[in-house]
Design a protein. Structure first.
Length: 624
C-alpha cells in the first residue's frame, strides 16, 4: 500500500505534504524500490540511501525550473518516482521501459543525462554559467557521491567553479562506499571530517537548535535555518581552498534537517558544498549488510535479498583467475582496477595476490598512466576496465602507452552490448577507437579458454595489447590447465570445404551466430567457411586475401558498432589488396542503442542469422 506515493504526480505534490507525511512517503518509496527492483534488478543500495535527500531536494527546489544533476545518476530512481514516472516505475531497465539513469529525452525533470562517473560538477557549472549569462535566477544542484571525488574531472570542476559562478549547490552524498569501499586519500579525508571531535560538538549544538524550532511553522523554521546551518559549519580546508563554502556534515536521513539546510543554502550568493552523510542500502537489511552486492544487481528475493547463482564462471571471473595464475608464475605481473574490483572480478585476484593489486578509484585516465609508468620499469600491468569506461583513458592510451610502445594489457570487460544498463554502458566503440592507434594489438576471444590464451599471449607480447570480452557467462568452454600462446594476427579456420562460396569472419563471441548461418547455408546446399578472426588488429591479411579471392561473398560478424569496427577493417584490407569481393557486415548501426534484453535488441537491429542469411542469399542470387 503506497497511498502517499500514489498521489504524487509531480514535485508540487511533495511540497503539499507535512513533515510526518514526508517521513511516511520515504517509507513507501523504500517499499516500492525493494519490490520493483527485486523483479527488474538495478541500483538498489544507492537509491535506498538517498530517499530522504531526494525528497528534501524536491520539497525545497522546483524542477524543471531548477536543475538537478546526479553524478552517474544511478541513484536517481527516487527522483524518477517524484517527477511523474511513478506509474511507469515498474518498467525500469526493461525493454521499452524507463532507463536506469537520467535521460534528457525521458523527462523535463532530467536536465542532464549520465551513466559515467564524475560528470555532474562540470556540467552543473556549465548550466549555472549559462543561467548567469542569460540572466536567470534558477538554482543548480549537483549531487555527487564520495567516490565521484576520486575522479579527476570532479577536481577540474572544483578548480573552476568559484571563478565562474556565485550560485551553485554541490551535495556531497557521503556513504563511504564506491561500489566497493571507497579508496584513497580523498576517502580518508572525508572520513577525517566526520570523525573530528569538533564536528560532533557542533553537530550536537545544531541538533539542539533543531529540537528548539521543531513543531513551529515552515516559515519560522526557514528563518532559523541560517542560524542552524551556521552551527553546523566545520572548516573544511579542501573545499574552502577551492573558494567554496563548506557546510556539514548533516544527517542525510533527517528530512527536517535537510529541508532547513537547503532552504538556507538557496539564499546564498556563493557556491557551496553540502556534506551529507547517508547509509547505502538503508531500510533493507540484506543491503545494509552487503553494500557491495546491493550497489547494483539483478533480480533478488524481496524478503531475503538472495540471488540465483549463475552456475558457471563469468568471463570476468575467468579473466581474473587467469591473470592470478599468470601472476603466480611471473613476478612482473600486476593488476589494476579503477574502482571496479567486483565488476571486473579482480577481487578474486586480490584474494590471491594482495601485493600485486591496485585500486586507483574512479580514475581511468590515471589508471592508464599509472600502468604506463609501471611498464617503463619492467612490470607487466593488466588494466581491467570496462570497454565503455576505457573511453576515458583514450588520450593516455595514445600518448603514453602506444606512442612509447609500452607493454600494458587492457582487459576490456563488457565488450559488446551491455543490455539493461543501456547506451551509457554498452561497449560498442573500442575497436574503432583503438584500431587507428599504431602499435596496439586488439584480441577478441571466442570462448573462455581462448580468453585465457589471449591473456597469456598478451603477457608475452612486448607491446601494448587489448583483450575484449563480453558481459556475463560465455559458452562454458573448459579452460586448459596451461594456456597456449596464439600467434599475433593469426585467425583460426574452424570449418571449410575447399569450395566455399561464403566466408564468415566471426569476431569473438559472435561465433554461435556464425555457426548458425553456416549450417543454414549448408542445408540450402551452399558451402561456407567459418573463421574465428581472433584479432581486430592486426588483421590476418593472408586469410582475408585467400577468401577474398576464392569466395563469392564475405560476411563479418561483430558485437560492435559497424562504423570503424571489424567489418570496416576487413573492407579496408580488401581495398588495400585490390579486391572488390562484396562484404556483408553485421554489427550495430550508427546510432546509440537503447537499453533492453540483448536478444531482443539483436533482433531489432538485425544482428541475427536471419538478417545475415537474407543478405547472403541476395548476393548469391538464391531465392527461397
Ligand atoms: C567513469 C566510470 N567509471 C566507473 C563507473 C562504475 N561506477 C558506477 S557507480 C560507481 C561508484 C559510485 O560511488 P559514489 O559516487 O560514491 O556513489 P554511491 O553509489 O556510493 O552512492 C562506479 C565506480 C562509472 N559509472 N563511470
Amino acid at each position: 500500500m503506497t497511498p502517499l506515493l500514489d498521489a504524487i504526480h509531480s514535485p508540487a505534490d511533495v511540497k503539499r505534504l507535512s513533515l510526518s507525511e514526508l517521513t511516511r512517503l520515504a517509507e513507501e518509496i523504500r517499499g516500492e524500490l525493494i519490490t520493483v527492483l527485486s523483479r527488474t534488478g538495478g541500483h538498489l543500495g544507492p537509491n535506498l540511501g538517498v530517499v530522504e535527500l531526494t525528497i528534501a531536494m524536491h520539497y525545497v527546489f522546483e524542477t524543471p525550473r531548477d536543475h538537478f544533476l546526479f553524478d552517474v545518476s544511478h541513484q536517481a530512481y527516487v527522483h524518477k518516482l517524484l517527477t511523474g514516472r511513478r506509474e511507469r516505475f515498474s518498467t525500469i531497465r526493461t525493454p521499452g521501459g524507463l532507463n536506469g539513469f537520467m535521460l534528457r529525452t525521458e523527462s523535463e525533470h532530467d536536465c542532464y543525462g549520465a551513466g559515467h562517473a564524475g560528470t555532474a560538477l562540470s556540467a552543473a557549472l556549465g548550466i549555472a554559467v549559462a543561467r548567469d549569462k542569460l540572466g536567470g535566477r534558477e538554482h543548480v544542484v549537483a549531487l555527487a557521491g564520495d567516490a565521484a571525488f576520486t575522479c579527476g574531472i570532479t577536481h577540474e570542476a572544483l578548480n573552476n567553479i568559484s571563478t565562474q559562478t556565485k550560485r551553485l549547490i554541490i551535495v556531497l552524498n557521503d556513504n563511504k562506499w564506491s561500489i566497493d569501499k571507497n579508496v584513497g586519500a580523498v576517502a580518508s579525508y572525508f572520513n577525517k571530517i566526520v570523525t573530528t571531535p569538533q564536528y560532533h560538538r557542533l553537530y550536537e549544538r545544531a541538533a539542539k537548535l533543531v529540537e528548539k524550532v521543531g513543531g513551529k511553522s515552515a516559515a519560522q523554521v526557514a528563518r532559523k535555518a541560517e542560524e542552524a546551518a551556521k552551527f553546523m559549519l566545520v572548516p573544511s580546508v579542501i573545499f574552502e581552498e577551492f573558494g567554496l563554502k563548506y557546510y556539514g556534515p548533516v544527517d542525510g536521513h533527517d528530512i527536517a534537517e535537510l529541508i532547513r539546510t537547503f532552504q538556507f543554502l538557496k539564499t546564498l550568493d556563493r557556491p557551496v558544498v553540502l556534506h551529507v552523510m547517508t547509509q547505502k542500502g538503508r531500510g533493507f537489511e540484506p543491503a545494509e549488510e552487503k553494500q557491495k552486492k546491493f550497489h547494483g544487481l539483478g533480480p533478488y528475493d524481496p524478503e531475503t535479498g538472495e540471488t540465483a547463482p549463475l552456475g558457471q564462471r563469468t568471463y570476468s571471473e575467468v579473466f581474473a583467475d587467469s591473470v592470478a595464475n599468470l601472476a603466480s608464475g611471473n613476478p612482473r605481473v600486476v593488476a589494476i582496477t579503477a574502482a571496479m574490483p567486483n565488476g571486473t572480478a579482480l577481487d578474486r585476484f586480490r584474494a590471491v595476490h594482495p601485493d600485486k593489486y591496485y585500486d586507483v578509484g574512479i580514475a581511468e585516465e590515471h589508471a592508464v598512466l599509472f600502468a604506463a609508468g609501471m611498464a617503463t620499469q619492467g612490470l607487466k600491468p593488466f588494466v581491467a576496465i570496462y570497454s565503455t569506461f576505457l573511453q576515458r583513458g583514450f588520450d593516455p592510451i595514445v600518448h603514453d602507452v602506444c606512442l612509447q610502445n609500452l607493454p600494458v594489457v587492457f582487459c576490456m570487460d563488457r565488450g559488446g552490448l551491455s543490455g539493461d544498463d543501456g547506451p551509457t554502458h554498452h561497449g560498442l566503440f573500442d575497436i574503432s577507437y583503438l584500431r587507428g592507434v599504431p602499435n596496439i594489438v586488439h584480441m577478441d576471444p571466442k570462448d573462455e579458454d581462448e580468453l585465457a590464451d589471449m591473456l597469456y599471449t598478451a603477457m608475452l607480447h612486448e607491446g601494448p595489447s587489448a583483450v575484449r570480452y563480453p558481459r556475463g557467462v560465455g559458452p562454458g568452454a573448459e579452460v586448459k590447465e596451461k594456456p597456449a600462446a596464439i600467434p599475433i594476427g593469426k585467425a583460426e579456420v574452424l570449418q571449410h570445404s575447399g569450395h566455399d562460396r561464403v566466408a564468415i569472419f566471426s569476431l569473438g563471441a559472435m561465433l554461435p551466430l556464425a555457426r548458425e548461418v553456416a549450417s543454414a547455408l549448408a542445408s540450402e546446399g551452399v558451402a561456407a567457411a567459418v573463421i574465428n578472426a581472433r584479432f581486430a588488429k592486426p588483421l590476418d591479411s593472408a586469410m582475408i586475401a585467400l577468401y577474398g579471392r576464392s569466395a563469392e561473398v564475405l560476411l563479418t560478424l561483430e558485437d560492435h558498432a559497424l562504423a570503424g569496427g571489424f567489418g570496416s577493417a576487413v573492407l579496408e584490407e580488401l581495398s588495400r589488396l585490390g579486391l572488390s569481393t562484396p562484404v556483408i557486415r553485421i554489427g550495430w548501426p550508427d546510432q546509440f542503442i537503447e537499453h533492453g534484453k540483448p536478444d531482443e535488441l539483436r533482433k531489432k537491429y538485425g544482428l541475427t542469422a536471419a538478417a545475415a542469411l537474407a543478405q547472403i542469399r541476395q548476393h548469391l542470387g538464391i531465392t527461397v
